[in-house]
Design a protein around this ligand. Sequence first.
Ligand code: NDP
Length: 244
Amino acid sequence: MSDRLNGKVVLVTGASSGIGEATALALSAEGARVAAGARRADRLAALADKAPGEVLALDLNVADQDSVRAAVAATVERFGGLDVLVNNAGVMLSGPIAGADTTEWTRMVETNLLGSMYAVHAALPHLLERKGTVLQVSSTSGRTASASSGVYAATKFGINAFSEALRQEVTALGVRVVLVEPGFVSTELAGHITDPAIRAAAQEMAASMRTLQPEDIANAVVYALTQPEHVAVNEILIRPTDQT
Ligand code: NDP
């Protein structure tokens, strides 16, 4: 345990598995007080047990703006303020555009894009007060779209656009905006793909390389959040060495 983030209050969305869980643990190990939001309460309880520091588990559905506002309010009430929002919750329901189940598009847009916008909106007054940081978990799919990732990539391109506009609005006010763009990370994400051929292709791709682990992304998050105040790490693109 270290103390580089001692006393800092961090809200991590999508903290019940994968990158969000690893990030919550890493930030806790750096001394941060962590509010961990997601829908699976059992997974959040396990995280709170495992974490070296204090973790507030929050029932959070980022697609529901009231739920997002309530999570931010509960964090501020418990810890007295908010220094960092790690906007991580997301779903990837890959598949071709023709014949797609458009309810999956709605889920991706509501969760990945609108959900992260709602979280920024709710957190921003508190972050402005403390000259805090918004850390957005985007993706390599926020920089390059490919077949079968059209809507997922659209949400991540959207996050990148929103983040750059946000950065221009708040950087002079002392709030930093960080974009983290992971390549292939070994998590539950691809397991939710409903198209069997696309899911199998994702599994095959994972098996063909040394993928990133959630902790690799958590390390990048810790790096960005432990820089001196005058240093804004705006963008981190991080891929497995084996990913072309
Ligand atoms: P996981 O599936 O392991 O984690 C996704 C997290 O998002 C879970 O904690 C899940 O919690 C949460 N979540 C999903 N929907 C909602 C919702 N409506 N409200 C609140 N929380 C929600 O995958 P990853 O860790 O890989 O994904 C985390 C982020 O990283 C995503 O934004 C993803 O796009 C991004 N990413 C992942 C990459 C990868 O290769 N794995 C690559 C690039 C980016 P719960 O279901 O309990 O609500």
